[in-house]
Ligand binder design. Sequence first.
Ligand SMILES: Cc1cc2nc3c(=O)[nH]c(=O)nc-3n(C[C@H](O)[C@H](O)[C@H](O)COP(=O)(O)O)c2cc1C
Length: 349
Amino acid sequence: MVPVSGFCLGPHVITTPVLLAPMSGVTDAAMRRLASGMGAGLVVSEMVASDALLRGEQESRLRADGAGLDLHVVQLAGCNADWMASAAQFAVANGAAVIDINMGCPAKKVTGGWAGSALMRELDHAVRLIDAVASAVAVPVTVKMRLGWDHESINAPELARRAEQAGAQMITVHGRTRQQFYKGQADWSAIAAVKAEIGIPLIANGDILTLDDARQCLAQSGADGVMIGRAALGRAWLPGAIGEALSSGATTMAVPGPARRAELAIAHYQGLLTAMGIMAVRHARKHLAAYADDAAQGQAPDHIERFQETKAALLTSEDPDQVLHMLQELFDDTPANGWPSRIAAGIAA
Ligand SMILES: Cc1cc2nc3c(=O)[nH]c(=O)nc-3n(C[C@H](O)[C@H](O)[C@H](O)COP(=O)(O)O)c2cc1C
């Protein structure tokens, strides 16, 4: 296979063309550190509301945390240009090396305030916002968007072109419209129209689960890299593993064995406890469910019931030591070759 090289983002050389997507409530600093350490090209914080960050709300500060990251990307959401610019300055003063602007979130509570993907309905305002942020900070500013608000208004190519003129240095496009939310399939070939409009790096996103998906997405979109979201839940190593295979031209990716996956799960949980204290017990549950599902990969059918019991216990335990113990146990029972899933094989379901 032809190796896929990385790209430059302003002064930063991104050696691996696979990025970890921002996911609210998921890509906490502990997960981003793991993904980055396992080779993801870039990892993006959960969306941080600019006004909440400026008010000093604890949750926003946690979301914008980048301790231990070499290249810290903070994603900001909002619709007020002054607040976005000030929040960007605050984030940079606290270690952000890149500011990403959210123009893709479909949630009603975000679009209702004319932020997220609602900005794709108001391109003049969207561009003013990018301009304000890019003028306020000396670090690269990037924009993440969808294809458009709906299929009647596909305007990602126009927004991307104008974003570059306003100072953006990288564009990510999730190949769905806002009206699709997460339904249907991401349209990777529709992202190609964005590539034709810009000279800055383009990242394609949506429904990439396997090495083969990543290769097909790159071929169909012409993008410089891909971004992985949901498939990395419980598998922070996945962007790095796919990235490494793309960079080397390998036909398969290296899946960490169960002992390494246990170490990663435990490090993640410990990282959450350090950052959040007892609040981590509840926050971690979506991750614990994903780790349990991952550990169950390849198990013989007569073992699955026991895994389900351990999973249920993991998701209800209030005792961090017990959780750490159960995480280790889960992976101790996972066979070393127990990963014949579609992700390892790169086979479409
Ligand atoms: C739980 C969840 C939270 C998300 N939060 C954000 C966010 O904070 N900012 C953002 O730009 N996109 C967010 N997204 C969208 C993802 O970044 C990504 O664009 C989308 O999930 C499609 O990629 P995937 O198919 O690889 O998951 C979120 C998605 C999910 C599932």
